[in-house]
Design a protein around this ligand. Structure first.
Ligand code: LMR
Length: 397
């Protein structure tokens, strides 16, 4: 049975963790995966999470099955955060939201649902995009293409080419968009450019699927979420995958959501019923703990304020590290304009290093980044920044 099974390639991101763990280099630094570590290189347990867990432990509950779509209070909290509790789309009940297994789970459930209702559609992801976007939509049975995004020469977004590709897409094409903190490049488009994208999506009858895994890591929770308001204002039907892995530092709890904005409450009810079928035949129903924590924090004014402060702390530390990295790279002899590093948003910097240079970084210095040149600035700190900068400078010689 298994004699012809071929060895699969390592996952381009998670595979690096395996390699990193096996590397005996005492100076090794993991800038591969998108995980925030604090000033001492430790994965934080947020105080708001600790407080919510303490609260939950005061009256521990037995663990029965959750409903297929998850904890109702959690789904409501997600809608409040992502769309605004008082927005007509929320109050009228025309958004179907389900608890998901991280942002990836939301994307996968959405992709499987779309395959059922729109089997012949094509999917377009940005060039480049998060490695798993292609894999997820291909696994759902779609053919996946790209729209231009990154412009290496301009160190930014090739917006005209992006818009032209969307304009050329056939009706029904599913367009995967990064709501904020584009992964891997860190380059976001402006609100005015979003308006142009939205107008095109609407005119061409395309299906927007927003991946929002880094809300709060760009400019702020509201600022990063503003794009959702632009989509709502345009009256589009669209999908949003939400992740709390990063914003709550709850990576291992796999806590996220999928929301589908529909035209009417009746539509949302039918969509929800189909999404529940997708979930039931996939993992049946979601786990309890992570979603309880997030629901507890988001529904308590004190804990929510604490969360916002802690998230701002993570965002600001990353920003400070971007500036420090620029200084250290210049001090290590890297020439040229490095200001792109401070213009990029979120956890990542798209360094422009080649696959060969990234390989040298790993093998010669134990500095792990993704082969595409993506490095996780959220894992840089004052203890490792000199070493990281000198290593990068060395492979650039
Ligand atoms: C990343 O891009 O590194 C994160 O989203 C983690 C992952 O699952 O790939």
């Amino acid at each position: 049975l298994f004699s012809r099974v071929e060895m699969a390639p390592r996952d381009p991101i998670l595979g690096l963790n395996e390699q990193f763990a096996a590397d005996p280099n005492p100076n090794k630094v993991n800038l591969g995966i998108g995980v925030y570590t604090d000033a001492d290189g430790k994965l934080p347990l947020l105080a708001c999470v600790k407080a919510a867990e303490a609260q939950l432990m005061q009256a521990p509950k037995p663990r029965g099955y959750l409903p297929i779509d998850g904890i109702a209070a959690y789904d409501k909290a997600v809608q409040g955060l992502v769309f605004g509790a008082n927005h007509e789309a929320v109050t009228s009940g025309r958004i179907a939201t389900v608890q998901g297994l991280g942002g990836t789970g939301g994307l996968k459930v959405g992709a499987d649902f779309l395959k059922r209702i729109n089997p012949d559609a094509r999917v377009l992801i940005s060039d480049p995009s998060w490695e798993n976007h292609r894999a997820l939509f291909e696994a759902a049975g779609f053919s996946v293409g790209t729209y231009p995004y990154y412009d290496a020469a301009q160190q930014g977004v090739n917006f005209d080419a992006m818009l032209a590709a969307l304009n050329a897409a056939s009706a029904g094409t599913i367009v995967v968009l990064h709501a904020c903190c584009h992964n891997p490049t860190g380059y976001d488009i402006s609100p005015a450019q979003w308006n142009q994208v939205i107008a095109t999506l609407k005119a061409r009858d395309l299906v927007p699927f927003l991946d929002m895994a880094y809300q709060g890591f760009g400019e702020g929770i509201a600022e990063d979420g503003a794009v959702i308001q632009q989509f709502l204002a345009a009256g589009l039907d669209f999908f949003v995958a939400t992740s709390f892995s990063k914003s709550f530092s709850l990576y291992g709890e796999r806590v996220g959501a999928l929301s589908v904005v529909c035209a009417t409450k009746d539509e949302a009810g039918r969509v929800l019923s189909q999404i529940k079928r997708v979930i039931r035949s996939n993992y049946s129903n979601p786990p309890t703990h992570g979603a309880q924590i997030v629901a507890t924090v988001l529904s308590s004014p004190e804990l929510r304020a604490q969360w916002e402060q802690e998230l701002a702390g993570m965002r600001e530390r990353i920003r400070a590290m971007r500036s420090t990295l620029v200084e250290k790279l210049a001090a290590a002899g890297v020439k040229g304009d490095l200001s792109y590093i401070t213009r990029q948003k979120g956890m990542f910097s798209y360094s422009g290093l080649s696959a060969a240079q990234m390989e040298r970084l790993r093998t010669e210095f134990g500095v792990y980044g993704v082969s595409t040149g993506r490095i996780c600035v959220a894992a840089i700190n004052l203890h490792n920044v000199d070493y990281v900068a000198k290593s990068i400078a060395a492979v650039m010689q």
